[in-house]
Design a binder for this molecule. Structure first.
Ligand code: COA
Length: 157
């Protein structure tokens, strides 16, 4: 069974993330979307809230599981007998950081491979921070986040 982990802060999930989830679910038998801690960020949504938003949005995808983990990504991968990490790349500026992360993860777990999927063109500019900024000032989130969680995000402000 080929399993991949798709890690992120998902604070909150956007259509850019969902696009990567759908595409990777066609490439692997199982994809585990994993909410992790990015020590450089203070999340707005609690871990439970982020899990619930992702679960609600992906419930129609039978081979997608949702989990949270509070340690190193590679430790989660090892615990789940998984050696593929999926990352979405948006712009060239993502590359340097993601390349460093891929090498750091490989240093800790030599058998792990990071697979980069190019983010869909229409979501190249998108990030969770942009979504939060728009929501804070009552901007239009149509097409940027899954319809079923749009109101939850707006309600947070
Ligand atoms: N479409 C739209 N936006 C996307 C996207 C896509 N396909 N892919 C990523 N983004 C956005 C994210 O929403 C995020 O936005 P934000 O900065 O406004 O929050 C931004 O791009 C960066 O995403 P990413 O690089 O995936 O960072 P992240 O914070 O979501 O996830 C972790 C980083 C959690 C995976 C990483 O910190 C981690 O692995 N932590 C665990 C500890 C560990 O093992 N560290 C590594 C070894 S030192």
């Amino acid at each position: 069974m080929r399993t991949a982990v798709y890690p992120g802060s998902f604070d909150p999930l956007t259509n850019g993330h969902l696009d990567i989830i759908k595409r990777s679910s066609k490439l692997f038998d199982k994809v585990i979307v994993t909410v992790l801690t990015n020590s450089a960020k203070t999340p707005l949504f609690s871990t439970e809230e982020r899990l619930e938003l992702i679960r609600r949005t992906t419930k129609h995808l039978p081979n997608v599981e949702v989990a949270a983990f509070s340690g190193l990504l590679v430790d989660f991968a090892k615990q789940n007998q998984c050696n593929v990490l999926i990352k979405g790349l948006r712009v060239v500026s993502d590359f340097e950081y993601e390349f460093q992360m891929a090498l750091a993860n490989k240093n800790q777990m030599p058998e792990v491979e990071t697979m980069f999927l190019p983010t869909a063109q229409e979501y190249m500019f998108l990030s969770s921070s942009i979504v939060k900024e728009l929501a804070r000032y009552h901007g239009d989130l149509t097409g940027l986040v899954p319809k079923e969680i749009e109101q939850d995000i707006l309600n947070k402000f």
